[in-house]
Write a protein that binds this ligand. Structure first.
Ligand code: MLT
Length: 312
């Protein structure tokens, strides 16, 4: 049985069912509710998006063979523990990259043109054309990409279409037309007007955006984060926002995001007027959902072919 406990494509569910699997779909499962459901259903395959898969969830099914992350980052899953229990963990890298890249561009444009303030003033019946005459525009400005994987490469393509200059740093250099590779993060920070983060949440990247990093950026720089909240030392960022009145932060992710899909949750950074935020919706498009759905079905088939899952 496949237990799918996050938003998932109906087409994907149909394909899995056609392949003969029993599929239970409950997009709202998280925390204790997820543990209980896993205990009661004993699925062979658990499909999750940002829902946290803890030791408790893993221990709840003695039948669990595979956990599939319907996304790229596996940092929401206790991969180490799953592995010790002989459970495979798979993910879908690149399948939602276009959606995340589109959101990164959206945050860049929203900050540059102050779209949130425009929206609010209009809702308040205020006409403020004069204030927004100060917006800079993107053409000719430099976008610095830290990490150059699937998402970052798509951000680069889009930024080039906006006639921006693009510089990038990655541990693996990937020669790409129009993108200038530099040999250190420091170089990116020194050159870029807008810096966009595209690295996974690893022990080596956690908190990498600290005071030292921020102080190397231009005073009026914009930092974009569609990767993970954990990359940021949030105390240092809060200080930087206070002391640099032209610095902006556009983020889709915050440290300690709730696992549940809808709840009240206030984060001090998100309340800052120069922080533009969204609710970790980078991958939340129907197009990405469809691609991820197809990939999960493909992964399921592979595990069946090699005899890891068999419960039809
Ligand atoms: C990912 O890792 O692919 C994204 O964070 C997707 C998501 O959980 O929304």
């Amino acid at each position: 049985m496949f237990l799918i406990c996050d938003v998932f494509s109906q087409e994907g569910i149909r394909s899995l069912t056609e392949d003969g699997y029993e599929v239970v779909y409950n997009k709202d499962l998280a925390g204790d509710g997820l543990v209980e459901e896993v205990r009661s259903l004993q699925p062979e395959v658990l499909v999750v998006r940002s829902t946290k898969v803890t030791k408790g969830v893993i221990d709840a099914s003695s039948n669990l063979k595979v956990i599939i992350r319907a996304g790229a980052g596996t940092d929401t899953i206790d991969v180490e523990y799953a592995t010790t229990q002989g459970i495979y963990v798979a993910n879908c890298p690149g399948k939602n990259a276009t959606a995340v890249a589109e959101l990164a561009m959206g945050l860049i444009i929203s900050i540059d043109r102050r779209l949130a303030e425009n929206y609010l003033f209009q809702k308040q019946g205020k006409w403020r054309k004069g204030i927004f005459a100060k917006c800079l525009g993107l053409k000719g400005r430099t976008l610095g990409l830290i990490g150059f994987g699937n998402i970052s490469q798509k951000v680069a393509q889009r930024a080039l279409a906006f006639e921006m200059k693009v510089v990038a740093y990655d541990v693996i250099q990937k020669d790409t037309e129009g993108v200038q590779f530099v040999s250190s993060i420091d170089e990116v920070l020194e050159i870029a007007d807008i810096v966009s983060l595209h690295v996974p949440n690893l022990p080596t990247t956690k908190g990498m955006v600290n005071a030292e990093f921020l102080n190397k950026m231009k005073d009026n720089a914009v930092l974009i984060n569609t990767a993970r909240g954990e990359l940021i030392n949030e105390e240092d960022l809060a200080v930087h926002l206070e002391t640099n009145e032209n610095f902006w932060y556009g983020t889709d992710v915050l440290k300690g995001e709730p696992s549940s899909k809808e709840c009240d949750w206030e984060h001090p950074l998100a309340l800052h007027p120069r922080v533009y935020g969204s609710h970790h919706i980078g991958a939340s498009t129907k197009q990405a959902e469809a691609e991820i759905g197809e990939e999960v079905v493909r992964i399921g088939k592979k595990f069946k072919e090699i005899g890891i899952i068999d419960d039809i």
